[in-house]
Design a protein around this ligand. Structure first.
Ligand code: UT7
Length: 327
């Protein structure tokens, strides 16, 4: 089999668990713990208006399954067509095996390669880049790439600086071998010097969780780094693809904070109507945020076939990256 020249997204899907908490719901929940926050603070500082939390017993693989079904349907494929499944997640169902293997079983198939990829909020962009490379190398022809998270499980509801920011959800794409270009270029980075600014420092040992199993973030440090790296990754991926800012039809950055997203669009001189924003409705869903936003933009008719889309991720590690594609 000769390797195809390109990979292309043939379908998108997403899923939010039904339990929706508005900022007022969060304010009431925290007030019961003697902690003060408000809709006004959360909206002004982040742009978030609501987040969705999965019910007890619902895991990342369950959210991934719903998103995957939608993406397969949109691509006109069934799970039997898949020869690769990658799930980007930092909140896997188990320590092992991978959420991707669990998802494969829930999809009712067996045999194809399946693994998880851990790059926190950059996870989907990393996973898409890896799947693209595998398709172009000829080792897969029809890949399912998912970002799925249940961050509600690792939030410290006594820490108002983090617990109001995150939510649960999943997004997925089907990526297929193609004679016409889809993924144009990708640009991935990590800098482990910044491990401590965004982490869940706990670990499992001797049948116990050692250390703190809840999310810690130095929000200001993450903010400052994010603004810089999102601009540099955008410029790098455009240069690799031989394109310019004017060629971008849609910017879909990691949905963490509207101020970071607007700042990135401004640096790239993109009008705000080219920026896809869904953070208001689901908060920061980590690896799920980019494919969630992509699917919303596709299903609402904004992102059309042939549009040039810049996807960007940034988060714990510190990790960051961009994928430029023709949809
Ligand atoms: O997913 C990976 C990427 N993650 C991100 O991109 C997150 C990046 N960081 C951020 O988005 C922002 O830094 C935050 C949203 C986390 C915080 O916004 P900020 O404008 O940097 O606020 P701050 O940390 O400077 O806090 C300002 C004030 C503080 O009070 P004082 O010290 O000025 O009296 C905080 O204690 O806001 C207070 N504060 C809150 N007030 C009400 C912090 N959290 C809350 C809250 N409600 N939930």
């Amino acid at each position: 089999m000769t390797a195809p020249l390109h990979s292309r997204i043939t379908g998108t899907g997403s899923h939010l668990p039904p339990r929706r908490l508005s900022n007022d719901d969060m304010t009431a929940m925290l007030a019961a713990r003697g902690i003060e926050t408000s809709d006004a603070w959360i909206v002004e500082r982040t742009g978030i208006r609501a987040r969705h939390f999965a019910a007890d017993g619902i895991n990342a693989s369950d959210l991934a399954l719903q998103a995957a079904r939608h993406a397969l349907e949109a691509a006109g494929r069934t799970a039997a067509d898949l020869d690769l499944i990658i799930v980007a997640t930092s909140t896997p169902d188990m320590v092992f095996p991978s959420t991707a293997a669990i998802l494969q079983h829930k999809l009712g198939v067996a045999g194809c390669a399946a693994f998880d990829l851990q790059a926190v909020c950059s996870g989907f962009v990393y996973a898409l880049s890896v799947a693209d490379a595998m398709v172009r190398a000829g080792s897969a022809r029809c890949a399912l790439v998912v970002g799925a998270e249940v961050f509600s499980r690792i939030l410290d509801f006594n820490d108002r600086t983090t617990c109001v920011l995150f939510g649960d959800g999943a997004g997925a794409v089907v990526l297929e071998a193609s004679e016409t270009p889809g993924i144009l270029a990708s640009d991935l980075h990590a800098d482990g010097r910044h491990v401590g600014i965004l982490c869940v420092p706990g670990t499992v040992s001797g049948g116990q969780v050692l250390g703190d199993p809840l999310l810690k973030m130095d929000g200001q440090a993450v903010f400052k780094l994010a603004v810089g790296v999102l601009e540099s990754a955008a410029r790098a991926v455009l240069a690799k693809a031989g394109r310019t800012e004017e060629d971008i039809d849609w910017l879909i950055p990691h949905q963490a904070n509207i101020r970071i997203m607007n700042g990135t669009a401004k640096k790239l001189k993109l009008p705000s109507d080219k920026l896809v924003v869904t953070v208001d409705e689901h908060g920061n869903t980590s690896a799920a945020s980019v494919p969630l936003a992509l699917d919303v933009a596709v299903r609402s008719g904004r992102v059309q076939r042939g549009d040039t889309v810049l996807l960007e991720g940034v988060g714990g590690g510190f990790t960051w990256g961009a994928v430029l594609l023709d949809f």
